[in-house]
Ligand binder design. Structure first.
Ligand code: SF4
Ligand code: SF4
Length: 359
């Protein structure tokens, strides 16, 4: 066995250095005791806050026991990759109700492929030095408590907005995990949290989705409503969604720690198809072929064409009553999807009600 496996602290340091060379901004090593987070997850599931995301409760105890998910696992290498694509004028766009707001993480190419490849490269690099070892890579995969692992690996603390926050990098980053069967030294967990008396994220949430600090009722969260939810969006929440058509960043935009977020140098995360500055009416005119070609390799594919139109209809219902907005809605009154038609009718009704009340 190569000498470096006898010097585990040196191997741990090398893994961090290689991770940074591969484009990750931070790398930490966590042990496997996630008991505290397991209880938090169970309370959250018991309250039904996960809505239709049944996968959150699936896989039994494997989610909080990495060694059950991948037998032989001894440590988890947690990795962070920043994604903010430069100056994306987030607040300005949210203030232009005829424009579509797409969550900043979803403007470019799908991150899963790029990050998985890099984690795989890291594993191969380790293998070149120490020989065969057991590993498995995860990127945003359902049965992994990625935020709990990141906190344990020292990457940051879980903020009141339920995201991992880092004092030097804010929260605009993806997380990935490399499960390994190596007894590497663990990094100290992020012991202190730095939210203090701030509650900006809880106060700004357009749909009041936080039950309290650190507890999100996903059923009210715009990210859930526009991406995960398959059926109709509850009517009482539609006016609160504004122009957010795929995800929501408000509880990150307002977070003071995001003053320290840095733009990503990854070309894949740069906005494509003018999605950082497109009008709702313009996007609503895309036919399915255009949608499929424009969202190839993009996280937007996750919602699918029907839900994309559903979300845009809600945005158009909340937009000013311009000719372009009304024409776009009228043109889809006979859409083949009952889901889309119902949202279009709701949107047109919003405009009728507003026009009548202004008379
Ligand atoms: S993503 Fe938006 S809707 Fe969801 S909790 Fe944050 S601010 Fe609220
Ligand atoms: S906005 Fe304030 S309370 Fe919310 S996560 Fe950021 S620092 Fe914590």
């Amino acid at each position: 066995m190569p000498a470096i496996t006898n010097d585990l602290p040196a191997l741990a340091q090398s893994i961090k250095d290689w991770g940074r060379e591969l484009g990750f901004q931070q790398v930490g090593i966590a042990g496997l005791d996630l008991a505290e987070h397991e209880q938090h997850l169970q309370r959250w599931l018991d309250a039904g806050y996960h809505g239709e995301m049944d996968y959150m409760g699936a896989h039994g105890s494997k989610r909080s026991h990495p060694e059950e998910l991948v037998p032989g696992t001894l440590r988890v290498v947690s990795l962070r990759m920043d994604y903010l694509p430069g100056d994306t004028q987030m607040a300005q766009l949210l203030g232009q109700p005829e424009k579509a707001y797409v969550s900043r993480y979803a403007l470019g190419r799908d991150y899963h492929k790029l990050i998985r490849k890099r984690v795989q490269q890291l594993a191969e690099r380790i293998q070149q030095v120490i020989g065969p070892f057991g590993f498995r890579a995860f990127v945003d995969s359902a049965p992994v408590l990625e935020k709990a692992i990141a906190e344990k690996a020292g990457l940051g603390w879980i903020g009141k907005n339920t995201l991992i926050l880092n004092r030097k990098a804010g929260s605009y980053f993806f997380l990935a995990e490399l499960f390994v069967d190596l007894p590497l030294p663990e990094d100290p967990p992020h012991a202190s949290e730095h939210c203090g008396r701030c509650s900006a994220c809880l106060d700004i949430c357009p749909t009041a989705a936080f039950v309290g600090p650190y507890v999100l009722d996903a059923r009210r969260c715009i990210s859930y409503l526009t991406i995960e939810l398959k059926g109709p969006i509850p009517e009482d929440l539609r006016p609160l969604i504004g122009n957010r058509v795929f995800g929501c960043d408000d509880c990150q935009i307002v977070c003071p720690w995001n003053r320290f977020a840095r733009a990503s140098a990854e070309g894949d995360f740069k906005p494509r198809h003018n999605l950082d500055n497109a009008g709702l009416a313009e996007l609503f005119r895309w036919d399915e072929t255009h949608f499929l070609s424009s969202t190839e390799g993009s996280p937007l594919r996750r919602a699918g064409y029907e839900r994309w139109l559903r979300n845009l209809a809600v945005g158009l219902g909340n937009a000013p009553s311009t000719i372009a907005v009304l024409e776009a809605l009228q043109a889809r009154r006979d859409d083949p999807s009952p889901l889309v038609r119902e949202h279009v009718e709701w949107a047109l009704e919003q405009h009728r009600t507003r026009q009548c009340s202004s008379l």
